[in-house]
Design a protein around this ligand. Structure first.
Ligand code: SF4
Length: 138
């Protein structure tokens, strides 16, 4: 079972192999591929830093404990109709995205994220609506 905080559920949808460091990318790619291949993978929703944050590089500002990131987690979980502590399959998280989220939500819930302008996270939500699941990372 993997532990994830709220906002990473959206980040995984938009993930295209970019990240903060080689180690961060390797870890995120492994999880992304696992979820893509096996949507029955169980996820526990946690409060605060998760196993993706663990690989956040030591250099520069560590933002994973910032209030703004906790707020983003809370807003995203509320939007998805999910709660901290819940355990569910990745495929069910995708179902919640399909039911409760639209691509333009990224513009508001992720307003301050530096990755937002790439447009990949909106694309990721759109692809869930189209029934495509997670995109393959090449
Ligand atoms: S805009 Fe940033 S926080 Fe929001 S889903 Fe994309 S990478 Fe994650």
């Amino acid at each position: 079972m993997y532990k994830l905080r709220g906002h990473q559920l959206f980040c995984l949808l938009g993930y295209r192999g970019m990240g903060y460091s080689q180690e961060y990318v390797k870890n995120m790619t492994q999880l992304h591929q696992k979820l893509r291949r096996d949507p029955m993978t169980k996820i526990k929703l946690v409060n605060g830093p998760d196993q993706l944050c663990e690989k956040y590089p030591n250099s520069g500002e560590y933002h994973c404990q910032n209030d703004s990131i906790y707020e983003r987690d809370a807003v995203i979980l509320e939007k998805l109709g999910l709660n901290i502590g819940q355990i569910l399959y990745w495929k069910d998280i995708e179902l919640h995205v399909k039911k409760y989220v639209v691509p333009s939500d990224i513009q508001t819930v992720c307003e301050t994220c530096s990755w937002r302008s790439y447009g990949v996270c909106e694309e990721g939500i759109q692809e869930i609506h189209e029934g495509k699941g997670l995109r393959e990372i090449r």
